[in-house]
Design a protein around this ligand. Structure first.
Ligand code: SAM
Ligand code: SF4
Length: 347
């Protein structure tokens, strides 16, 4: 008996487990799933103020998300990150986490995580930990309530700070993600780093990516992390870490705060060579590269048959064609490299 038979949660037979490898020999074992395109915030770099959200019929149900994730796990996905939009505003989200946690118990999945803006984390942190979630990424670009409100166009920072405390109290490992913005948070970056490290959180900076039309030009908010790193290195002792298991971020250890700082520079190609991830939108579209428009519609297959073989075939075919590298460029007046917003694909 396979070890996965023990608690395979569905009443159909477990699909054969196999690995997924792309045309460049990269093993694809990491799936990011956007469970909704909706969000309770409207971050200025992410979406326009009057964002048009998808009609509900286009969005996969919790059952469909569970089924599709199960197919990926059957094909060798070992790590699954739930994201959005804001995953914690999706109705039935905790039910999905509970169902997917069966794969953690069976050993089919190594890790189940989520990326959240933290506004509803306080209500759910303990349950997430209890279901086997060990780490969460929380996005926070400022500690100043006024700047937070302006950057999110609607938000109140209070619940996010409570959510971070709740995550800590529940024993979740937290990575604080901050998008580096030339105008709005450049001067605050050292404070955000100290805030994160004082609580035992990793701190990760991200460059803005040209994804989807927003209400303003991203160019004047673009802040090169090369410059940020140089600024920080003038005041703090940064020792580069070589751990390659940490994903696309390049990490350094900060001597004075005793914490890790990561830099994600998507506009360079530094992480494409070892990219092991693909992304599924809440409409069941598979994107094999964050920075390209390639797309495979899995929803129509999912909704047309109970047989999982055609889904597996479509996933394998898409992954075989995964591009070698993204096509991001950012320049004044330039159209976004990909038309979809980050909230559609998930961060
Ligand atoms: N709502 C959740 C959150 O904010 O964490 C999850 C989805 S959000 C799209 C995931 C991450 O993408 C966040 O850290 C956010 O700051 C980042 N993000 C959104 N749009 C971006 C852009 N155009 N460039 C770089 N990062 C972006
Ligand atoms: Fe919502 Fe996250 Fe986009 Fe902000 S970055 S608008 S929180 S999806």
């Amino acid at each position: 008996m396979s070890p996965y038979d023990v608690s395979w949660p569905h009443d159909r037979p477990e699909p054969p487990r196999e690995g997924l490898t792309d045309g460049f020999g990269r093993r694809i074992a990491y799936l990011r799933v956007s469970v909704t395109d909706r969000c309770d915030l409207r971050c200025v770099y992410c979406m326009p103020e009057r964002m048009r959200f998808l009609p509900r019929a286009e969005v996969l149900s919790i059952d469909e998300l569970d089924r599709l994730c199960g197919v990926f796990i059957g094909l060798g996905t070992r790590k699954l990150r739930l994201t959005g939009g804001e995953p914690l505003v999706r109705k039935g989200f905790m039910d999905l986490v509970e169902r997917l946690s069966c794969h953690l118990k069976s050993g089919a999945l190594d890790e189940l995580t989520l990326t959240t803006n933290g506004t509803h984390l306080a209500e759910h942190a303990a349950d997430l930990a209890q279901l086997g979630v060990k780490r969460v990424n929380v996005s926070l670009d400022t500690l100043d309530p006024g700047t937070f409100h302006r950057l999110t166009r609607t938000g109140d920072i209070g619940p996010v700070l409570e959510g971070l405390e709740a995550a800590r109290a529940a024993g979740l490992k937290v990575k604080l993600n901050t998008v580096a913005l030339a105008r709005d948070n450049r001067a605050e970056i050292p404070d955000l780093m100290k805030f994160a490290h004082a609580r035992g959180f990793d701190f990760v900076l991200i460059e803005t990516m040209p994804m989807g039309e927003i209400d303003e030009d991203r160019t004047d908010q673009f802040l090169s992390l090369r410059e940020v790193r140089a600024d920080l290195a003038a005041a703090w002792t940064l020792t580069p870490l070589s751990d390659s298991t940490l994903g696309p971020a390049r990490y350094s250890w900060v001597e004075e705060t005793g914490g890790r700082i990561g830099f994600i520079t998507p506009l360079s190609h530094t992480f494409c060579d070892t990219c092991n991830r693909v992304r599924l939108t809440c409409t069941g579209t598979l994107h094999t590269c964050l920075g390209r428009d390639d797309a495979t519609d899995l929803r129509s297959i999912l909704r047309s048959t109970d047989d999982e073989a055609p889904l597996r075939e479509a996933i394998r075919a898409a992954i075989a064609m995964k591009p070698l590298a993204h096509d991001f460029q950012i320049g004044a007046g330039q159209a976004p490299a990909v038309a979809r917003h980050m909230s559609t694909t998930g961060g």
